[in-house]
Design a protein around this ligand. Sequence first.
Ligand SMILES: [Zn+2]
Ligand SMILES: [Zn+2]
Length: 67
Amino acid sequence: MPLCPHDKQRLNESASGFDCPACGRQFGNQPVCPECVQPAEVLKACGAVDFFCKTHGMISLSRVIVS
Ligand SMILES: [Zn+2]
Ligand SMILES: [Zn+2]
């Protein structure tokens, strides 16, 4: 599950994507690489979620942008 880029709270899944319980912002469900701002792939393994950019490789949860 992605984190809110504003307050690092865990986002709740909603019908249209994700929303933040702390600040109330709503996000689409597309994680984006913070370096190239291109859509990142979601990798799920062992209960953890990581993100992968074809150009920049693995992106940690704390760095990924959810737009
Ligand atoms: Zn937030
Ligand atoms: Zn990238």
